[in-house]
Design a protein around this ligand. Structure first.
Ligand SMILES: Nc1ncnc2c1ncn2[C@@H]1O[C@H](COP(=O)(O)OP(=O)(O)OP(=O)(O)O)[C@@H](O)[C@H]1O
Ligand code: SF4
Ligand SMILES: [Mg+2]
Length: 348
């Protein structure tokens, strides 16, 4: 494989552990994910609240440095990018967040959030060329420039604000969009439109998507591959078709059993079922097993065995195109970081 466009290799992020906060909390442990250079992909990252999805997104976006492993853009560690490459990285890897209202400055018209990045990344364009780029970006996400420009954030609907964020990402000619729960704050009908827009952008412009969600139905509809996270660990990874239709990890099985089998012909957003969980959550003061302390799912797992509590299970290849971190698959081969990274985008 050629050097990936963006990759996380065994990336981890711990919080705390300082002088005032002795207890270390591992929000992401050993995550590997690849966005190839020449083959646009849609990768979903799914898991319940607190599983580390946003933290992994922030690692990929360079907003947060990893405390272990590495995150690289075109082969260079993000912290080592020189000024020019950093600028290219900032343009090519764009974020769309859950709540666009927080991103907008309420005192500026929404135009501001579009003109500033265009001026920054395309200083060579004339005023009218910039304006044209902005209008094309808005049209690409189904917004009419004359009805959008000149307004303040509060004068737009949540769905319009979210589409402006997608337009903003788009008009910088990105190669990857990291969309963190992009539709969880908008109603069902708009959810479908926004996801359709993202899907079209991927198909027509060859932009890769990292789609973060706690909703397996839309993950199934939108993505090619999926990483399922549980308490910071990637517990299952591989082709979405296999993972959702025949999950191997007991946690993924639990998630999938709580949704009706998704129908590929169903339209976006119809029958969306959120990931639910019946066990304890992170907030409920559960002791999180450390990397060597056992399987994080042991407390909730119907198949738990004594060895599950001793050491964290590694990702093993349960079948071609997919891996799960579980001791139930004793005979399966333990995968290297490289192999896990390959499964994350469907590469072999
Ligand atoms: N800056 C931080 N300092 C300390 N802990 C943090 C920090 N950021 C995240 N965490 C913790 O890391 C864990 C993972 O958080 P993260 O936001 O990545 O989860 P998530 O999967 O995105 O959840 P949600 O679905 O609710 O958005 C949580 O327990 C959270 O409290
Ligand atoms: S490793 Fe053990 S506790 Fe963890 S999911 Fe597998 S069987 Fe369950
Ligand atoms: Mg989150």
């Amino acid at each position: 494989m050629s050097t990936p466009l963006l990759e996380a290799r065994g990336a981890s992020r711990a919080f705390g552990g300082g002088v005032f906060d002795r207890q270390q909390f591992v929000a992401v442990a050993d995550a590997s994910l690849v966005i190839p250079e020449d083959d646009p992909v849609v990768v979903a990252i799914a898991g319940e609240s607190g599983s580390g999805k946003t933290t992994l997104a922030r690692l990929l976006l360079g907003i947060l440095p990893p405390t272990g492993g590495s995150v690289r853009y075109q082969g260079t560690e993000l912290r080592d990018l020189d000024t020019k490459m950093r600028q290219t990285f900032r343009r090519q890897v764009q974020a769309v967040f859950q709540d666009p209202f927080e991103v907008f400055n309420p005192f500026y018209r929404v135009d501001h959030s579009l003109t500033v990045p265009v001026a920054k990344f395309f200083p060579e364009l004339s005023r009218s060329e910039r304006r044209q780029r902005i209008e094309e970006g808005l049209q690409a996400v189904g917004l009419r420039p004359e009805e959008t420009l000149g307004r303040y954030p509060h004068q737009l609907s949540g769905g319009q604000r979210q589409r402006i964020m997608v337009a903003r990402a788009l008009l910088l000619d990105p190669r990857v969009i990291v969309a963190d729960e992009p539709v969880s704050m908008v109603d069902a009908s708009l959810r479908a439109t926004i996801l359709e827009t993202l899907s079209r952008i991927h198909r027509e412009r060859g932009i890769s998507l990292v789609y973060i969600t706690h909703d397996l139905t839309t993950a199934y509809q939108l993505s090619h591959t999926i990483l399922v996270m549980y308490q910071g660990a990637v517990v299952e990874v591989g082709e979405v078709e296999q993972v959702i239709k025949a999950p191997k990890h007991p946690y993924t099985q639990l998630l999938v059993s709580s949704i009706p089998l998704p129908d590929a012909k169903r339209r976006w957003g119809e029958g969306t079922v959120e990931v639910t969980h019946s066990g304890p959550t992170v907030e409920e003061d559960v002791e999180i097993p450390s990397a060597t302390g056992g399987c994080a799912f042991a407390e909730r797992c119907p198949h738990v065995m004594p060895r599950c509590r001793q050491q964290r299970p590694p990702l093993v290849q349960t079948d071609a195109g997919r891996a799960a971190a579980c001791y139930l698959y004793e005979d399966a081969a333990v995968l290297s970081e490289e192999q896990v990274a390959g499964l994350s985008y469907g590469g072999r």
